[in-house]
Ligand binder design. Sequence first.
Ligand code: GDP
Length: 608
Amino acid sequence: QHEAALAARSKENLRSPICCILGHVDTGKTKLLDKIRSTNVQEGEAGGITQQIGATYFPVDALKKKTAVVNKDGKFEFKIPGLLVIDTPGHESFTNLRSRGSSLCNIAILVVDIMHGLEPQTIESIRLLREKKTPFIVALNKIDRLYGWKKIDNNGFKESLSFQGKAVQSEFRDRLEKTKLAFAEQGFNSELFYENKSLAKNVSLVPTSAHTGEGIPDMIRLITSLTQERMTNSLMYLSEVEATVLEVKVVEGLGTTIDVILSNGVLREGDRIVLCGTQGAICTNIRALLTPAEMKELRVKSQYVHNKEIKAAMGVKISADGLENAIAGSRLMVVGPDDDEEDLEEEVMGDLENLLSRISKTGRGVSVQASTLGSLEALLEFLKQSKIPVANISIGPVFKRDVMQCGVMLEKAKEYAVMLCFDVRVDKEAREYAEANGIKIFEADIIYHLFDNFVAHMKQLEEQRKEESKMSAVFPCVLRPVAVFNKREPIVVGVDVIEGNLRVLTPICAVKEDPTTKQKIFVELGRVASIERDHKQLQICKKGQPSVAVKIEGSNQPLYGRHLEEKDILYSHISRKSIDTLKEFYRSDVSMDEWALIKKLKPVFDIP
Ligand code: GDP
């Protein structure tokens, strides 16, 4: 009896779980949301679905109606009071948001296009879900596109499938198996939802269509049962406030406001709140708690309704002073009568400081900018795994001052004069400044695309430096002239290559002695313009190969017969720099013999 009482109490005390929708672009996230939101007029279904700030709330009555078709016997029991679905789909960073300790999202719907399987952003979402240990189900969307699909609007999937022809059923099975395999490759066991024997071990795949509504009743039922069976602890209603800032927005007449998801507790007008800001913790009092006005009220006065208090789970807009520097993704705390405000400040700022501590100690690295604390964290984690150092981090739109800060790298480490921007707007002036100063700005909505951009950038820089180094790379060779065909401008000599390999562009000199001072002098002939044998152009002539005719070009060329003789041995003019260039860019092109020859030639050119 006591236990029953406890159970009853805990049932009363469950709060609504919070659900995010994520997945690759164009898989149908928006359409699915629209479909589950749309009230079905014919069946008189309204059910009190409410549009909130940044979220839609489905009270349990709406959930019951929406799942009626797959709960005909009424045996499936609802324990949660409702479901809060976050409205901005595809924002994987939301799964990375926290509200006091735990993840803001209790559960996620990962949408996969059944015709496409797992796509890059799907895989990134999976990575985040795994890292945050967020339970999720998979909507295998667009089943109506299976060839020959016969729809029954808003039906349960299992029944709809049973009405399909053989070919449709077999195409479905085929695609299902491929998807399961792809999930296995990502380290997840998955099963078709009604074949899934263990919600704890396997991810459930729910086939859906956002166009016909088929499978959506199954999806809602599954989310409900997953939250009820697996997460009652984290869904206990608490008096303590848990809230997260989704977005920071300027609203005409209100100034800077914050859109907040209240996942637990109660917020009241006048409450003193603490949150994380770019210039330190923000402490302020709630001036207004706003929710959207219903359509009919909209014309009257304001877009918003004022609330004295708001109970979780709920999306709400807060207007207050001093929110200008608020950071999206920040936790929001309420200062209670026994709380020390400074303690709370320290706690909310801890999230940002944690991230700041990941900045490279050498001061060399790329600049990283993201839309929220959560997405910044995800990006930093990824860059750490990819071994890309980070020197600056920031949250919110990219302004000129951010680019200027990144520009410091132009002198320190040019390759890091790069901004990796995830899901943020880049100000026009910032873009112009970057362009004028050679700072790269990479933008993407998929984290690993930024990585790809950066890797391509590094490769391009390397190629460029290799190209620039062409003139300073000198492969060693020693030549014995056998004939002088042209004494000057351009010098053309026939030579045997007696050491190393002769290549086009090699600078050539003779080593002579000044007759009066007896000092070593280098007579510079210029660079090899062409190598020719039997009227054929060669790029290279190796030691021991038959003689070649070499054309050498340069400004102020010496004159054969006056500054040097046919008998003078010719050398490639190596230097400290040319050796370093070979080491840096051409190491794999230089043979052991060539390194040995370089060593031998060093004293000739007085290289230590
Ligand atoms: P999002 O980028 O994931 O939000 O995808 P959208 O919801 O914008 O959908 C992308 C495109 O796919 C749109 O043209 C939709 O009409 C279409 N789409 C979405 N869901 C379905 C579905 O279940 N069946 C079919 N045939 N098309 C769909």
